[in-house]
Each structure stands twice: as C-alpha cells, then as structure tokens.
Design a protein around this ligand. Sequence first.
Ligand SMILES: NC(=O)C1=CN([C@@H]2O[C@H](COP(=O)(O)OP(=O)(O)OC[C@H]3O[C@@H](n4cnc5c(N)ncnc54)[C@H](OP(=O)(O)O)[C@@H]3O)[C@@H](O)[C@H]2O)C=CC1
Ligand SMILES: O=C(CO)[C@H](O)[C@H](O)COP(=O)(O)O
Length: 490
Amino acid sequence: MGGFEVTKVGVLGIGSMGGAMSMLMGEAGYEVYYFDPSDENMDQLEKACRDIHLDNKVHRTSGYDDLCSKLSETKVFVFSTPHGGPADKCVESLKPHLIAGDVIIDCGNEHWENTERRQRDLGPKGVHYVGCGVSGGYQSARAGPSMAPGGSVESLEKVMPFLRSIAAKDSQGRPCTIPVGPGGSGHYVKMVHNGIEQGMMSVIAEVWLLLTQGLGISDEEVSNIFKSWNDHGPLRECFLIAIGVDIERAKDEDGQRVVSQIRDKVVQDVDEEEGTGIWTCEEAVARHVPAASILSAHLFRCASSDLARRMKNRKSAGSQKVKPQKLSVSSQEEFVEALHSATYFCLLACFAQGLDLIRQKDKDKDWKLDYRNILQLWRGGCIIKAEHITDLLDKMYAREDHDLDDILGNEEVGNELSGNYQATKKVVLKAVEADLFVPSISQTLEYYKYETSLDYFGAHMFEKKNDPMRGVEKGDHHYEWKPAKGKSDE
Ligand SMILES: NC(=O)C1=CN([C@@H]2O[C@H](COP(=O)(O)OP(=O)(O)OC[C@H]3O[C@@H](n4cnc5c(N)ncnc54)[C@H](OP(=O)(O)O)[C@@H]3O)[C@@H](O)[C@H]2O)C=CC1
Ligand SMILES: O=C(CO)[C@H](O)[C@H](O)COP(=O)(O)O
C-alpha cells in the first residue's frame, strides 16, 4: 500500500495494556493521542509520560471529538478496551468522524465474530478494521508485544509496517507479528493462544503442587528446579516456567513469600472479564477437537473461582473427606526428573491441541493460514513462548509431507510424546495415590492414550476391524443389540 505512513495514532482505552502501548508507541517516534473514560487512568499515564519525558509524544485528549481532531487526515486508531460493548461504543463514537482509508486496530481480546461484524459494518465505507490479538501482559505491551493481526489484504498491508515497528522481536531480531489472515483470524489465533496458555498454566501449577506439597521441596529449591528447566532441555526458554522462577522467589516488604499468601481463586472467567478461555473451549467442542488438557484446565479454573462453595462442600463430605498426602517415591531426584518429562509432555500436547483447533477453524473458514508464520508470533513477547517446542513444531511444518490436520500424526511430535508417556503415567499414578490434584496432567495422559488408540467403539453405525481404514465417516454396519418394541409388540 504505497504512500501510507503512520505518524499519529489515537489510542482508546489506556488501562494496563493501552497505557503501556501508548508509551511504547511514543518511544518508537509516533505522536500518540489517547482517551479513556477513567480520569484516574488518564492522570496516571500523563504522570508516567512526564516522568520519563515522553509528554512531548504522548498526549491526553478530552474525548472522541478532540482525539479525532488531533490525528492526520487518514486516521489510525488503536483500541485497548474490554471486549464486546466497550469496543462497540468506541466504534459508534468514532463513526461520525470516520472516512474511507481510516484504520482501526483492535488490540483487545475481542471475540472474532465481533471483529467480523465490525468489518462487515465498516468495510463498505472503506474503513479498515483489523482484529489484532496482543499478547504478553503489560510488561510486553511496554517493551513490545506479540501482535496477531487479521483483516483484509489491503488493511494488513497498511498496518504491517507500523506493527513491525512496535512488536516484540525474537532471539534473532525478527518481529513477532505477521499478517495472520482474513476476517477475525488474528483474534481467533490469539484466542487459541490464551487457551493453550490456560492449559500450560494449569499443568505448571499442578507440577508446582507436586513439588511443594507432594515432595515437601521448599519454594527456593523449586525456583532453582524451574530455572534449570528453563535454562536447557525441552522446556528451554519457556516464559511461563521462567516467571515461575520469579514467582517462587518474590518476597513482600516483610520478607514473606508472596506466593504463599495467595488464595487458590481465579475469578476472571466466571465474571466473564476474560472471554478467551471460555471461547476456546466452546470452539473445541463445536469443531470436535479433543482439546482435553485445555478444557480440563478451564474447568479447574471455574471451580477455583468459588472458594466459599468448596469449603461448604468440604464440610458436607463428613469424615471421609479427601486429604492430600505426601508422595511416596523411592527417589526424589528421579521423580523430579519424571515431573520435568511430564511437564514437557503436557505442554507439547497443549500446543498440539491448540494448533489442531486453529487448523479446523481454518478449514471451515477457508482462511488459508500459514502455520510457520503463526509460530513466529509465539517466538517472543507472548505468554506461551517456549523455544524448544516452537523449534520442534517449526521443523515439523517445514517438512513437506507433514500432516497439517493432525499434529499427533507427525513423527516429530509423536516420538516426543511417546518418549515421555511413561514418566507422565508415573506422575499421574503417584499423584492419584496421594490425592493430589492433577486435572490437566491426567487429562493430557488420557488424551494421548485415546488419541493413539486403535480400539474405538462406534455408536449406532460402526466399522468392523477388517473394513478398509478411512477418515471421520460413519461405518456401514449395524447390530440390533436391543430391538425397539412398543406396547403392541408385547
Ligand atoms: N491485561 C493483560 O495482560 C492483557 C489484556 N489484553 C486485552 O487488552 C484489552 C485491555 O486490557 P487491560 O488493559 O488489561 O484492561 P483494563 O481494564 O486495564 O483497561 C481497559 C480500559 O478501557 C477503558 N474503556 C472502556 N470503555 C472505553 C471506551 N468506550 N472508550 C475508551 N476507553 C474505554 C476502560 O475504562 P474504564 O475502566 O473506565 O471502564 C479501561 O481503562 C482487553 O481486551 C484485554 O482482554 C490482551 C493481552 C493481555
Ligand atoms: O491475554 C493475555 C495474554 O496474552 C493474558 O495473559 C490473559 O488475559 C491473562 O489470562 P488470565 O485470565 O490467566 O489472567
């Protein structure tokens, strides 16, 4: 798209992400004009910019009209608002000011169908609406996040130079942003990123419990274990393991460990602030993708939200209530190594499930996504960064005859999972014996078992074992196990 250069950006929503991205864009040389209904947020950003002498680049405005009056003739907006209603409100408020050629880059975690609805609304007016999933929390928003933009070819051509200038860079300096594909594909891929993230987080939290409560290892020592996993081996350069090190070490001003003071309670799914985990699960079910680790992690999070209810249920369980025990293992060192293998097994399975889901949607929508490009999004600045796993998957996709529709059907992944299966099984057996929680680890084990099993039972119509092997199609055979009978048959 020759001749289009971004110089000024209007930011709507300057909470933790939008505020940090405004500063990032100011530092990258853009003139930034922001608006947020919260005066407190505006005061905070104004002060933060003043403190680091960015106030000549990042400017407060008094509302939509004022903000639009400050932008270039072709206006570029970045949204960083909650999904749904707030982003709709932004679109409606901007509408009187929008002209053909203007660009909106929605950096919230929006539902891809809302993105496509807005594209259908604004596209005919020549306004570009790019659904751009952003990852990495406010730390990456400040330093350079992973950015997954989706929209028309023309819209993406317009925004890519701008996005490349602010996105995270991978270890080789390549930007962690690529034009994902048409419609809501950018937001869809980001949604699945968050689904994979939920699976990974649950697995790591379960492993943490086995190390601390199960083996009685101190938080300090667990931080050293996580550090060694992150430094080399199959969990090398894995962001969630790396922050596990920091979390285990963090102490408050009284010298108390922060992690030991935190309740096991996560509410953002249940109060619907966070939509991406729910939508990933809904999509997995709707597209018939057995994303067992991700779904199980999500259900665990839902249960965690209501601690009061769990306490009440515990009371009603009477004297036989479940009580987690210490793990009974012959060698602590060997068991920690089994946990290392099991963590890898489960994290790799989370990626396989997420990529299978994206692929299924890609086929249904005919998005024609490039999967090596998608991996590039996840190489830096995002929560699911896991260098060894991304390298492995990239090698798989690079092989010409790889199976695009079934990640487990590729030997690169198949060999890694089968090689770590026994260790994962050992972890699950020991954890079950000790009544310790392993919902995602155990579901990953089951997922691998049934996804590589040959002994499925066909309901209603079935195939016989000596029929020719075929895809997801009904079998030709029926057996009348129990004939249907009405009153008059008796
Ligand atoms: N936090 C994170 O780690 C990540 C968040 N995201 C996504 O980024 C988006 C922003 O997240 P985050 O910064 O954490 O959320 P915050 O709640 O901190 O910030 C959102 C801001 O948008 C403002 N807002 C609401 N409606 C409007 C409007 N009509 N016009 C302008 N501003 C408006 C809110 O104001 P008010 O408070 O007054 O309503 C609030 O200040 C969300 O979609 C989130 O899912 C993506 C990646 C990571
Ligand atoms: O979008 C994100 C990352 O890209 C955030 O990590 C996600 O919103 C946070 O999830 P959680 O609900 O676990 O706090």
